[in-house]
Design a protein around this ligand. Structure first.
Ligand SMILES: Nc1ncnc2c1ncn2[C@@H]1O[C@H](COP(=O)(O)OP(=O)(O)OP(=O)(O)O)[C@@H](O)[C@H]1O
Length: 236
């Protein structure tokens, strides 16, 4: 069975008389271990889909089954708990807490888990090490470059060892070299640690690192990309 299954997944927003439908009866299956890039024009529903998969938002209708759990049926507190175990989120602008050090930012998601201080320390140290940013553990976000901030954010996303990582334009604000480093890191997490990654990107160079490429338009998947991409990888 697929790890993530969307069936007629729909999200509507109502503003007075107006109804916006960023996701419109979307069907999608993502296998465990996939590295999926989502592309599409602005407003096509990419972030909306990511937020639903991450359990930050809830669908208006349709099914969203992740690892056998019908995420839409969970209560708010169950969803928060589910999210803290299952999904790490990487944002375009990092979303680090400015008053906390790199170490403390990475430690934050673990405070929702029952762990001893020692276990927490081990996990934070491992995540910082994996993200290649351990030497900056006591720096505050303002003392870091964008690329370094994003690596701290990646450490925060992996510290709970969740099986799924979602990333919303993770290199959108980075220079070429930092972007390449972040993409190499995501690839490593996918290939060596088996993380399932769903990434939104506008950058074709970024999308090339993924194993499957899907296009969204007006809240629906449009064919093209996926099959070609799979073939290209198979032949590589
Ligand atoms: N909370 C909200 N309330 C009302 N409308 C929303 C909300 N969130 C998103 N939308 C609308 O849904 C549509 C899709 O937004 P979404 O952020 O998913 O697009 P996107 O494909 O990620 O775009 P971009 O590439 O510009 O980030 C947009 O028209 C947006 O204005």
């Amino acid at each position: 069975m697929s790890l993530i299954v969307c069936e007629k997944l729909t999200r509507e927003y109502r503003r007075g008389e107006n109804v916006i439908v960023p996701l419109n009866e979307l069907d999608l299956a993502v296998e465990a271990g996939a590295f999926l890039a989502l592309m599409g024009p602005s407003g096509s529903g990419k972030t909306t889909l990511l937020n639903l998969i991450a359990g930050i938002d809830r669908p208006t209708s349709g099914k969203l089954i992740i690892d056998g759990t019908n995420v839409a049926s969970l209560s708010r507190s169950q969803l928060a708990r589910w999210r803290s175990v299952n999904v790490g989120y990487i944002f375009q602008l990092y979303n680090l807490v400015p008053t906390l050090t790199a170490y403390e930012n990475v430690e934050l998601p673990l405070l929702l888990h029952r762990l001893s201080r020692r276990e927490r320390h081990q996990r934070v140290a491992t995540a910082l090490e994996l993200a290649g940013i351990a030497d900056r553990h006591d720096h505050y976000p303002r003392q870091l470059s964008g690329g370094q901030e994003q690596r701290v954010a990646i450490a925060r996303a992996i510290v709970t060892d969740s099986p799924i990582i979602v990333a919303d334009e993770p290199t959108g604000d980075l220079d070429k070299a930092s972007a390449a480093r972040v993409m190499a890191l995501l690839k490593q997490l996918n290939e060596q640690m088996g993380k399932t990654i769903v990434m939104v990107t506008h950058d074709p160079h970024c999308a090339e690192h993924a194993r499957t490429l899907l296009h969204l338009e007006k809240g629906q998947l449009v064919e093209a990309g996926a099959a070609e991409k799979e073939v290209a990888h198979a032949q590589a």
